[in-house]
Design a protein around this ligand. Sequence first.
Ligand SMILES: [Zn+2]
Length: 77
Amino acid sequence: MSETKSSLFRHKKTCQFCMDETSVIDYKDVKLLSRYLSERGKMVPARVSATCAKHQRGLSKAVKRARFLALLPFVAD
Ligand SMILES: [Zn+2]
């Protein structure tokens, strides 16, 4: 039962940042940003992560800044 619940949550097509007002996109929050990166460090497409266009833009800006500050590795995407 608990497994069903967690998979439902993950597959819900709703933007996390729209859903949860306490979730802010912070370029220093590597843990959060890495959730939106593949294992190779590439950005996960918005249709996969269910992030809305507005927040996807914010995420990609944060990722770029984090890479610039060497908080995240550089990859071509
Ligand atoms: Zn959103």
